[in-house]
Design a protein around this ligand. Structure first.
Ligand code: FES
Ligand SMILES: [Fe+2]
Length: 344
């Protein structure tokens, strides 16, 4: 799927950058191939504009902020948060043309991140009820670019059959090649899954992070897919520990994503240091990254091939493809762009 060709994808919210990174000045970001600039207004609220000055097309992200506006670094044309040009230093204010502006996009702050939607969003930013709950902490884990497609990461996030292979060095049980059955419930804008699986509790760090003793433990995993590129995985361990991971595959372009991941845990820094939690999930995430960056970004999820092989563990991926196709058809987009898996 070539995400930059699928216009429907512009109608969703994506987390693009941690809010705190904007305190140093404007920052560029590419979302679905669209170059945008992010900056903070005078009240601390973020704004997202097209990263292009309407004077002589310089990138606004090379400029700076002044009184909550953004100043182009070329000749100083200045834009407010709505994208309107409010100052042309070489002229009087009264002579600013009314069409001197650059495009503004929907922009909001949630969970400590700046979220952007390029067109009117079809769905709100997902609600994570643990945010701000007493006894629950948020740990910001990763903000990094991966050279793979968002759909590949989403499929992988619900794919139980890769665990025995990709994660054999960490929590995966190599001998469990046939994973337990997963309950799948399609939602209007995504899907939910429920599965219970034994996992390795392989070292001291793992036992600390899972709050479980012994060489093996059990994960109860409730997954939610929020169309198109957000996944929540709520993991419960037998000792009562809850570890909810939010993974966002924010689409940069057709072949790269920004992985934005944080988690919620019902324990404290004194019990388990955030650095230990990050190190644990880091090891697992790098295993996924290595294999996902080897995959083909353009290829669609090939329904016929998977049905043919009756691969139950691929069903979440099938539902994803069906739901995306339904959306694209509804919006007048005929098919997913890109070759099918059979061609790659
Ligand atoms: S190009 Fe931006 S002010 Fe001239
Ligand atoms: Fe994985």
């Amino acid at each position: 799927m070539l995400v930059t060709q699928q216009k429907s994808l512009r109608h969703f919210w994506y987390p693009v950058i941690p809010l705190e990174r904007l305190t140093g000045g404007p920052k560029p970001f590419t979302l679905l191939g669209e170059k945008i600039v992010l900056f903070l207004g005078a009240d601390g609220a973020p704004a997202a504009l097209r990263d292009r000055c309407c004077h002589r097309t310089a990138q606004l992200s090379l400029g700076w902020c002044e009184n909550g506006n953004i100043v182009c670094g070329y000749h100083g044309w200045t834009y407010d948060q709505t994208g309107r040009c409010v100052r042309i230093p070489q002229q009087d204010e009264s002579t600013i043309p009314t069409n001197a502006r650059t495009r503004a996009f929907h922009c909001a702050t949630r969970y400590g991140y700046v979220w952007v939607a390029l067109e009117d969003p079809y769905t709100p930013i997902p609600e994570f009820e643990q945010a701000g709950q007493e006894g629950v902490r948020q740990i910001d884990q990763f903000y990094e670019r991966w050279e793979c497609a968002g759909l590949r990461l989403m499929e992988n996030s619900f794919d139980m059959s890769h665990i025995a292979f990709v994660h054999r060095e960490t929590f995966g049980l190599r001998e469990q090649e046939k994973p337990p059955l997963m309950k799948i419930t399609p939602l209007e804008w995504g899907l939910e899954t429920l599965v219970e699986t034994p996992v390795k509790n392989h070292d001291e760090n793992a036992r600390t992070v899972t709050g479980s003793e012994g060489a093996e433990t059990v994960r109860t995993m409730r997954g939610t897919w929020y169309m198109p590129f957000i996944r929540r995985l709520a993991i419960s361990y037998p000792g009562g520990l809850k570890h909810d991971i939010i993974t966002c595959a924010t689409p940069i372009d057709d072949a790269s994503i920004m992985v934005v991941q944080w988690c919620y845990r019902n324990d404290t820094e004194q019990q388990v240091a955030a650095a230990e939690v990050i190190a644990f999930d880091r090891a697992v995430t790098l295993e996924d990254k290595r294999i996902l960056e080897s995959t083909e970004s353009d290829a669609c999820i090939d329904t016929s091939r998977r049905v043919e092989f009756h691969m139950d563990t691929d069903r979440p991926g099938l539902v994803m493809r069906q739901k995306l196709l339904e959306l694209f058809r509804r919006d007048g987009e005929e098919e997913m762009h890109g070759p099918s898996l059979a061609e790659v």
